[in-house]
Design a protein around this ligand. Structure first.
Ligand SMILES: NC(=O)c1ccc[n+]([C@@H]2O[C@H](COP(=O)([O-])OP(=O)(O)OC[C@H]3O[C@@H](n4cnc5c(N)ncnc54)[C@H](OP(=O)(O)O)[C@@H]3O)[C@@H](O)[C@H]2O)c1
Length: 320
C-alpha cells in the first residue's frame, strides 16, 4: 500500500530538507499528510505552495513519540537524522521505530542511510557507518515478526552531485549546494585539482540532492518497498568525471592518484583529523571494491524521475 501520512525525522537538516521538498512537491497530487520531526520547535517547512508542520519530539521519550505518531496517524517514517555521536544517533532511530511499531497505522520505515554505498557494505572500513547498522538489524527483526504488515527500505544514492559545485563563482553560486554543506570531495574544480583513490577506473555514483528528494518522494507512492532502493543521476568512472571536469573548466587538472599505501599513510586517529580520516576510510572502501555498485538501480527503473547527469550539473555551475 502506498504511503499517505509521512513523518520525516530530521527533515530540517541537509538532505532531509530536500526530501521534505520532494514530498511537498507531490503533496497535493496524492493528498499526502507530511510532518517533520525535530528536537526543537520551528516554523513549518514550506515549498511549492505546500507546507509541513515541524513537530517537536524527544527521541528519548517513547510515550511522546507514540503520541505524535498516533495523533497524525503516521504510516511511513523516513529518517534523515545525522550526527557524529553514535549513541544518540542509534537510540533516536531505534526509539522511533519501537514507538512506531505500537501505532496501528504505521507500516513503513526508511532509516537514515542515503550513503554513497550501502553502510553494510562499507562499515568495516568506514567506522562512522557502523552506527547505521543497529537500526537495520531492528528493521529486519520487525519485518520477520510482521512479514505482511511491515516493510522497510535502505535507500542509497551515491555521492551528492552538489559537492562538484564547490568554489564556483556564479552570482547565484550558493544555489549549487542546495541545502547541503559546501566542500570538495575528490575533485576541486576551483583549484583544478583531483585527489583520486586508486587508478580512477573504479565507478562512482552521483545524484543531485534535489533528485534524491524527488526519488524518495516517488518511492513513497510505490505499492511495495524493496529492502534496498538504489538511485543514481550518473554512474561512471572517476577518470570519466575528471575528463568532464577538465572539459568544462577548459584546462588539465593537477591529479594525484592515491595507492592503498598512500591512503593508509594519510590516515590519522587525531580528533581534529576526523573528517579527513572519514574521507580516507571512504577512499579505502573505493580502492578495495567495498563501495562498488552491487545492485541494479531499481529506483531509477521503478519511478518516473529523470535525474540530472554530471555533465548538465557541471555546465550549469562551471560553464561560461
Ligand atoms: N551521499 C552523500 O554524499 C551524503 C553526504 C552527507 C550525508 N549523507 C547521509 O545523509 C544522512 C543525513 O545527513 P545530513 O548531513 O543531511 O544530516 P544533518 O543535516 O547533519 O542532520 C539532520 C538532522 O538530524 C537531526 N539530528 C541531529 N542529531 C540528532 C540526534 N542525536 N538525534 C536525533 N536527531 C538528530 C537534526 O534535526 P533537529 O535538530 O531538527 O532534530 C538535523 O537537522 C546521513 O545518514 C548521512 O550519512 C550522505
Amino acid at each position: 500500500m502506498k504511503s499517505q501520512r509521512i513523518a520525516i525525522a530530521g527533515g530540517q537538516g541537509k538532505i532531509g530538507k530536500h526530501i521534505v521538498e520532494g514530498l511537498l512537491g507531490i503533496k497535493q497530487l496524492y493528498s499526502l499528510e507530511i510532518i517533520v520531526l525535530s528536537r526543537s520547535e520551528s516554523p513549518d517547512v514550506s515549498y511549492a505552495g505546500s507546507s509541513a508542520p515541524v513537530i517537536a519530539v524527544d527521541y528519548n521519550d517513547q510515550a511522546s513519540l507514540q503520541e505524535v505518531l498516533n495523533r497524525y496517524k503516521i504510516d511511513t517514517i523516513i529518517s534523515t537524522t545525522s550526527g557524529f555521536s553514535p549513541d544518540p544517533f542509534i537510540s533516536s532511530q531505534i526509539n522511533l521505530l519501537q514507538a512506531a511499531l505500537t501505532v496501528p497505522t504505521f507500516r513503513r520505515f526508511a532509516p537514515s542511510e542515503f550513503t554513497a554505498a550501502p553502510s553494510e557494505q562499507v562499515a568495516d572500513k568506514v567506522k562512522l557507518f557502523q552506527m547505521k547498522l543497529p537500526i537495520i538489524h531492528s528493521l529486519r527483526k520487525a519485518k520477520q515478526e510482521r512479514p505482511d504488515s511491515f516493510e522497510f527500505s535502505i535507500i542509497n544514492c551515491g555521492m551528492f552531485m552538489n559537492y562538484l559545485g564547490y568554489g564556483n563563482t556564479k552570482p547565484d553560486g550558493h544555489k549549487a549546494f542546495g541545502h547541503l554543506g559546501a566542500f570538495p570531495y575528490i575533485y576541486d574544480l576551483s583549484k583544478h585539482t583531483a585527489d583520486i583513490p586508486g587508478d580512477g577506473e573504479k565507478q562512482i555514483m552521483y545524484t543531485h540532492a534535489d533528485d534524491v528528494g524527488k526519488f524518495v518522494a516517488a518511492a513513497t507512492q510505490l505499492d511495495v518497498w524493496e529492502e534496498h532502493f538504489e538511485m543514481a543521476g550518473e554512474v561512471t568512472t572517476m577518470n570519466e568525471i575528471l575528463r568532464m571536469c577538465e572539459d568544462v573548466c577548459g584546462s588539465k587538472f593537477d591529479v594525484k592518484y592515491n595507492s592503498r599505501e598512500d591512503v593508509v599513510a594519510r590516515m590519522s586517529s587525531a580528533p581534529e583529523k576526523a573528517i579527513e580520516n572519514f574521507f580516507m576510510e571512504n577512499y579505502l572502501a573505493i580502492i578495495d571494491g567495498d563501495a562498488d555498485l552491487k545492485r541494479p538501480l531499481n529506483l531509477n527503473e521503478l519511478v518516473d524521475v529523470k535525474p540530472m547527469g554530471v555533465q548538465e550539473y557541471l555546465l550549469r555551475w562551471w560553464g561560461n
